[in-house]
Each structure stands twice: as C-alpha cells, then as structure tokens.
Design a protein around this ligand. Sequence first.
Ligand code: M6R
Length: 612
Amino acid sequence: MCGIVAYVGQKDAYPILINGLRRLEYRGYDSAGVALLTDQINLYKCRGKVADLEEYIADKNTGGTIGIAHTRWATHGEPNDENAHPHFSRDRDIALIHNGIIENYAVLKKELVSRGYVFQSNTDTEVLVHLIEDIRENENVELDEAVRIALTQVEGTYAIVVISKNHPDSLIAARNGSPLVIGVGEGEYYVASDGAPLVEYTKNVIYLDNEDIAYISLKDDIKIKSINNIERTPYIDQLEMSITQLEKGGFEHFMLKEIYEQPKSIADSMRGRLNVAKEIVSLGGIIEYEEKMLNAPRFTMVACGTSWHACLVGEYIFEELVRIPVEVEYASEFRYRNPIINEKDIVIAISQSGETADTLAAIGLAKENGATVIGICNVVGSSIARATHAGSYTHAGPEIGVASTKAFTAQVTLLLLMALSLAKKKGTISRSRYHEIIIALENIPRQIEEVLSHEKLIKEIADRFSDAKNFLYLGRGYNFPVALEGALKLKEISYIHAEGYPAAEMKHGPIALIDEEMPVVVIATNKGTYDKVVSNIQEVKARKGKIIAIVTKGDETVKSLADYVIEIPETEEMLVPLLATVPLQLLSYHIALNRGCNVDQPRNLAKSVTVE
Ligand code: M6R
C-alpha cells in the first residue's frame, strides 16, 4: 500500500529518495514525505503526489547522505500534510516511516497521551515513534533496543525504517507482514518496499523476513536479528528486474505499455516450460509436489480482485482437464470463516504482487490446517512466494499500472500449464487433445498482437460510450470471468459503474436495467454456449440495449445483431480468456482517458493491498 525508501551512504540521499518514491508511487499516492539527516533532521511532507512534494521541497535544504522517504495510501487518518509520513518523535531526534497497520494503536496512544505525548497526526504510525522514544528514555536503552522492545508491544503489520539524529550513519529497518528489501551497494545501503527503487544502484538484495529487524550501519555493516533478539546471517539474493521494465518506454501510461506487453509477457511465462516439438509442459517449481497434487481430493484457489478472476478461469480449466474438483474463494472470506481444509488439500494462492494481506492470511490458515500451498506470483521474492510450499512465478515483468492487465493473462497461462502437466500425468487428457491445446497456446502471443491491432476501432467505441453511467458485461463458461474482469477494469479506472454477469443470469434481475442508454458488452465467441449467448444478445436488443460484442473472427450472426463488434482470432475455448480480455482492457483504458481519469493511479486504489 504505502511505499518506503531509505538510503545511507556517501551520496546525496535526496535524489535517490525522490527517484525511489517516483518508482514506488504506484503503491500509494495520497501524500508523500522525506526526512534527511544532517546535523538535524529536516522533515518535509505534504498531501498529494511525489511531484507535489518535489515542488514543495524545491527551495528547501535537501542536504544529507542519510534519509527516509514515504508515499502513502491512507488507512488511519485522511490524506493531509499532518498524516503524511515521516513522523517525528517529541524531541525530533527520531523520524520514522511505516507501511502497515498498528492494530492496537488506540490502547498505546491512550497510554502515551496520559504520559504527556502530544500527537500531531491521526495516524496509527505516530504511536510507534513516540513509543520508541518513551522506551528509550524510560528504560534507558539504546535506540536499537528501544525499537525492538517497541515492536514487541505492537499488534498488526509493519514495515518501518527509523533514523535518529544521534546515529548519523545508521538505519533501522523492520518488517512484519509488510514487505521490505535491503539493497547492498559499495559502502552504501538502500531499503525499499520492493526492488524498483534499488535496481539502478544494485542488484544485491536481502529480503527481510517477518519479525526481522535490520540494524544497518556504515561502520558495522548489517546485523539482522529477530524481534526476540536472535541473530541470523543475511542472505544476499539477486534482484530480477531491469530499469527499462520500470519505464514507460514511449507509451503514455504504464497500463497501455503493459497491455501491449502481453504477447511478450505470455511468451515469457511459457519460456522453458512449454516445448511443443517435444510435447512437454513442465513447471519446475511444482514438480516435487505434482504427485501430491494428483492425489488431492480437491483444489482450493484463493486470491483477490483480478487474481481471483484468474482463479475462476483456473477452476474451469482444472475441472475440464485434470478432473479434480476446484473451489474458488476470495482470500478475504476464506480466512475469516472456518473452511474445511486438511492435510490432503491443495490450496493454490494467486497474486501479482505477492503481498496481498488477505491472500497471505489465507495461506497461513491453509498451512495451519496442514494443506499444501502452491503459489502463483509475479513478484520474485515476495511474501506470498516465500510463504508457500512451492510454486511458479508468472515472469510477466513488473506491473506498475494499478489496474492489473498482463499479470492476469500470465496467471491464466500458468494455470493452463499447470493443468496440462497434471492432466497428462493423470491420464485425463488424450494425446491429441493435449497436442491441440499446446499448439493453440503457443500461438497466443501472435494472436494477441492481432487483437491489439484493433485499438483504433476500440477507441472509437470508447469515444461513443465514455459518458455512459453504467455498463453491463456478459459472458458464459470461460467468458464469465472475462466479463467480471472487463467490468472491474472499467470500474477501477473510469469510475463508471459496471457489473459482470453470467449471461444467462441476466434474466434473473439485471435485465431490468436495460434500456437504450445501457451499453452491454457481450463476450460471444463461437464455442461452448455460443447459441445461448446469441439468444441473450437478442434479449438485450429487444430492450434497446447497445451491444458491444467480442466475437470470433468471421462471425456473421452476432455481427448482424450487435451495434459494435471486436473480432478476436479463433482459438481453443479454454484459451479465449487470454484473447478476449485484451480488447476489454483497451476499452476501459480509452474510456478512462476520455473521462480525464488518472489511468495508472486511480483514486482510492493502491497496487498492492498489504492491509486487510
Ligand atoms: O497483487 P494481487 O494480485 O494479490 O492483487 C489483488 C488485487 O488487489 C488486484 O488484482 C486488484 O483487484 C487490481 N487493482 C485489479 O486491477
């Protein structure tokens, strides 16, 4: 949710921090701030975007070779200057940034207020900085010990970085539930919520684990201890990311770039895993667990948002190919009910960011009940990737636009590969069918190029419907999750109300909404329940709804009924979501653009939802 970046070394900290904030802004963008250490701590923060912060700081002293910076997505306290991070201790000796939620902040705050602390903000975070100061003074301990003791009193999630005037060459960083990675340079260290701010300086990184506290000092290197004071040897990983992946590369928005990257990102997801000539589909990350998966009574797929839509496609694919029952659960529901899960169960957790708090908690619950958890994540080294027993990365590359696009198609690709591999081993797929599907899969990147070539037409449709108040998206079978995903894309970036429905359900309620003002997007590709969907289109037409149809190339029937058609190439039915989602992404993009919305950073949203 929030983005954290910190630096200690010999260079000027400010440009590194601001640059880092720009790279992290997709995580939260309602306010931002920076604290720089010289002979005192200079702290600047304001409501708004990183650009607003830069403007605000333009005439200020930005000296210092150590500093912390933050971009916020508000949880406690509205987005304003006071609630922006960093937060100061009472004596202004300590400054702190935080990502997460301190759940017992009210109790802690009451206690601190009774001891004379005056709060400047309404945030939960400010409690922590006063608590650290209080412990340091009253228990007469050094700052590092005060931070550790304070964290033992905190309930909730956090990633924090602390600087102090009295420790001019040190950073203290800690995490529990919110991600934090340390970049190790030559005589310098970086700390960030993810690898994006680090990649242009170093590829050597240390991922902090939950309840780790890192004491980073130019004099003494890095020491990592648990909250219980047990030291562990830091392990240096290599960051798998490049700067070009983090830039717009000539596109107006990250979202558009990421939509256009799909031929490549899907090819990358399949690379080394699909060999059509040898008829091999193999996911190295799960090989050891495939036997167990094949003996499972069922799979439970858990995720949130767009990743949950990928699970729905996965349910249809797995049940068709592997013939093992699948249940799809919102992670946020699964974790709070009492699901029947035991040691024979396989839980598949899907997440682009690998940091979604509800999905992480669902994994925790599944593990407590003895289930084996398989992850499908995009961000390498993320919390979910590390919390699962095994899994596969989607390798779609960094997704910066808040609206998920290429991550979705990569997730569906991974689910297909997984199902194909399992089905072949289980003998639930014939050789010829297997062959047909993998050939079709290999063609998908090229076919997406073809879909992308319809952007001009899609823009014209967007121009026609940009003022609509509501949209309905309909699809059946594999196209039902596509309808849900199309509606979600439109809602989140254009703020138009949209609903996705299984087409046949329309007559059980939503049909009442249809009039000449209502655009209805129907995914009407020529397989499965095509005839039934054509009937649904007739029903919409009879009520004067405006029909935008996604059809298989060459379709004449729907063309004669619909107001607009967008063609996608012919493919296997289970692969249609990989193609049909793309025009819907473009449609939402152009509608949002026409409405003057901030496509990459839609209001109220953040890229990774690390709070419940
Ligand atoms: O990182 P995750 O895949 O776990 O994120 C899940 C959802 O927060 C995410 O898909 C969200 O719905 C997107 N904004 C959709 O575009």
